[in-house]
Design a protein around this ligand. Sequence first.
Ligand code: THU
Length: 162
Amino acid sequence: MPVEKSLSFDITIYNSLDELKELDKSLMIQSIEARENAYAPYSKFNVGAAVYLENDEVVIGSNQENASYPSGLCAERVAVFQAGARFPGIKIKTIAITAASENYEVATPAAPCGNCRQAIFEYEFRQKEPIKLLLMGEVGQIVQCNSIADILPLGFSSTFLK
Ligand code: THU
């Protein structure tokens, strides 16, 4: 007999930056600042990411596009790959992500793309500790997820590669 199961996860919704804890607010502000350095002449969609590490370092990233579209990279991967390269073995605690468009006001919290979810999932799996996500548009509410695995259910990990 097939068994039906439902998966669920908790999020926290903040109405403004001021509702965030001091460290999280500062991280989101650094993500907004990082967004200013996005190179997105094609999509006009600017994304910033700020990664907070257990050694109190912050590593930032922004999306970097390319005339050959697939050669560009999302802000989240620019940031987490840089964190992995600069601080190997140091755990990621939180990633703040923010998005703004030159064409309209983004009022919906940034949604990391599937590739970025998979990339972040690798780090979470490796460190065996959840990575908190703080997602924001240009204005509006901020959504906190407590683990990348929550938004990548049934994720692919190295456990499959024996
Ligand atoms: N983008 C990100 O930087 N992060 C995401 O998770 C979604 C998309 C970028 C990639 C591209 O430069 C632009 O947004 C439009 O897709």
